[in-house]
Design a protein around this ligand. Structure first.
Ligand code: AMP
Ligand code: TRP
Length: 333
């Protein structure tokens, strides 16, 4: 069975973008693949995180994943910093990856912004740690949103150079798995920006913890244009906000945007937003309720994560120990 690995940062409350672009697609993989999912707290601190918030958000992200349907009986779910194999392999990859490769990473450019001198070293080598996350398990299939494609290409370049430099066929090639209809959910305030947990405006996103009233209000206030909805997808050209809302309804009701427009084409946004808000509330309310139930007993969530880390270590430790041996480190025992 092919091994799947994916990760998600606990850098905020998970959003509808994380859900439709990532989490939801992980759920069915548990039945078809050996699945490993990780809350990547070490990636999160590449940007400043308040320590108390980081702890809370790590647990909250794990609860969200469980509430969305990740099942510890069918997958391994754990926290990155609990399994030291990741950073051990990341150090080796820091020495394999070339600076020229890292300089091409668009996520670094986006996140570092204008003040690049002041970005953390961790943000710069972020993709090397991500490559280590995956290769520490010899995972070959990695489901992510479209924004992570470049990092997966880098992870393959790193594996290729490691294998070449050490004359081995040790790290396998990764098959990127770029997900779904709503591969990119955009901000509710600006249809050209992706919906993000780190956007300063809470109005720009639907959080997985939002209650029905908040969801309805955010959708009602979402930016749109004055035209009614077109009846064909071509009519969404140049209308990023309309395209985004149609995409969200399509994703949440398991349809194609064409089908949504066949039903709602010609409608004004007033009507359409009502339908969209109802669909979102119906889909998300049970998930939010399950999250609250899990977070009422944080000790139980932590215990699940510890068990997950034990299982992850069993796979990753021997692989990373072998990589260290290939590099020529004196065996520690
Ligand atoms: P992040 O929030 O950057 O930790 O991303 C976690 C996962 O969610 C990754 O697979 C991303 O590609 C995906 N993701 C994040 N934001 C969005 C979005 N607005 N639309 C679709 N997928 C997203
Ligand atoms: N960089 C990913 C993101 O921001 C998260 C991530 C970290 C990841 N390690 C990973 C995704 C390994 C897939 C595989 O979305």
């Amino acid at each position: 069975m092919q091994r799947v690995f994916s990760g998600i940062q606990p850098s905020g409350v998970p959003t509808l973008g994380n859900y439709l672009g990532a989490i939801r697609n992980w759920v069915p993989m548990q039945d078809t693949h050996e699945s490993i999912f990780c809350v990547v707290d070490q990636h999160a601190i590449t940007m400043w995180q308040d320590p108390k918030e980081l702890t809370r958000q790590t647990r909250e992200m794990a609860a969200a994943l469980l509430a969305c349907g990740l099942d510890p009986a069918r997958c391994i779910l754990f926290v990155q910093s609990h399994v030291h194999a990741h950073t051990r392999l990341a150090w080796i990859f820091n020495c394999v990856a070339r600076i020229g490769w890292l300089n091409r990473m668009t996520q670094f450019k986006d996140k570092a912004g204008k003040d690049r001198e002041n970005a953390s070293g961790g943000l710069y080598v972020y993709p090397n740690l991500m490559a280590a996350d995956i290769h520490a398990y010899h995972a070959t299939r990695v489901p992510v949103g479209d924004d992570q494609r470049q990092h997966l290409e880098l992870a393959n370049d790193i594996a290729g150079k490691f294998n070449h430099d050490y004359g081995v066929e040790f790290f396998p090639n990764i098959e990127p798995h770029i997900m779904g209809v709503a591969a990119r959910v955009m901000s509710l305030r600006d249809g050209t920006k992706k919906m993000s947990k780190s956007d300063p405006s809470d109005q720009s996103r639907i959080n997985m913890t939002d209650d029905a009233e908040t969801i309805s209000l955010k959708i009602r206030r979402a930016k749109t244009d004055p035209e009614p909805l077109p009846s064909e997808v071509a009519g969404l050209e140049g209308r990023p906000e309309a395209r985004n809302l149609v995409g969200i309804l399509a994703a949440i009701t398991d349809r194609m945007p064409e089908d949504v427009l066949r039903e709602h084409g010609g409608q004004g946004f007033g009507t359409f937003k009502g339908v969209l808000a109802d669909a979102l509330v119906a889909h998300l309310s049970p998930i939010a309720a399950e999250m609250r139930r899990l977070l009422d007993d944080p000790g139980a969530v932590d215990a699940l994560l510890r068990k997950g880390a034990d299982r992850a270590r069993e796979i990753a430790d021997p692989i990373v120990a072998r990589a260290e041996e290939l590099v020529g480190f004196l065996p520690p025992r």
